[in-house]
Design a protein around this ligand. Sequence first.
Ligand code: ADP
Ligand code: MG
Length: 286
Amino acid sequence: MEMIEAKNLVYEYIRRDEEGNVEGIIRAVDGVTMEVKRGDFVAILGHNGSGKSTIAKQINAILEPTEGTLFVNGIDVAEEENIWDVRQTAGMVFQNPDNQIIASVVEEDVAFGPENLGVPTEEIWERVAESLQAVGMTEYRYHSPNKLSGGQKQRVAIAGIMAMKPKCIVLDEPTAMLDPNGRKEVIKTLHELNEKEQVTVLLITHYMDEVIHADKVIVMDDGKVVMQGTPREVFSKVAELKKHRLDVPQVTELAYELQQAGVPLPNGILTVEEFTEALLAVKGKY
Ligand code: ADP
Ligand code: MG
């Protein structure tokens, strides 16, 4: 059993006029079959409007499948009585940290989730301490969230989800409103949680450089899965990515352009280190 399993999943937004007549149908998710294995770090990439957020909402049982099936840790999201189980299994983090932080002290904010789940008080404070530690925010425990940077706020939001002990975290463009440092902090935190706490991570983003260390990348366009594989497999296909209106990481692009110009570099270079090494190897041949 995988952590997330979608088969021929469809979601249609139906627009109605005042009398309730159907005016239009938008097929936002159009026959998606995909899986996220337990313990994996999987990224979904896609241009605006490709259906990423709609899938995230389906995984969180906010939107029901129009067709097809979706299981989260073996739980069918389409069954009304499973909603709370699903939401406890897959915690969600959204784009705007300001909409997710509610308390006036960091530790209270992190405690909010487990309090709502009815976790005994003593255990709540243990979980708060562990979660803040896991996201590297312990020293801000008694601070006001207002004064934190965007990246720090997102880490507090992630700690709040971790305190509910989900098996999986789904993040819908969690870095879209952050500066480059904030983005790096959040991505690093996610990898640490994935490695140390064995939390399955599903990261939705349109930043290519955030996904180079993922176990798997799924590319969506127009409601469909159009590419998937390891980052190296996916980023080897620069022309295809561009067709889906995605930019590859800068260093991958540079290597690709050089390759097109006749420099014998390997496909799918992802980091500056790899690039330097490959270029030195080429230089050695001349
Ligand atoms: P992404 O997150 O990849 O940008 P979305 O899942 O938000 O994509 O949107 C997919 C498609 O569904 C888009 O065409 C979008 O306009 C449409 N859509 C999203 N939300 C709604 C909504 N509440 N009502 C109608 N159409 C919507
Ligand atoms: Mg979106």
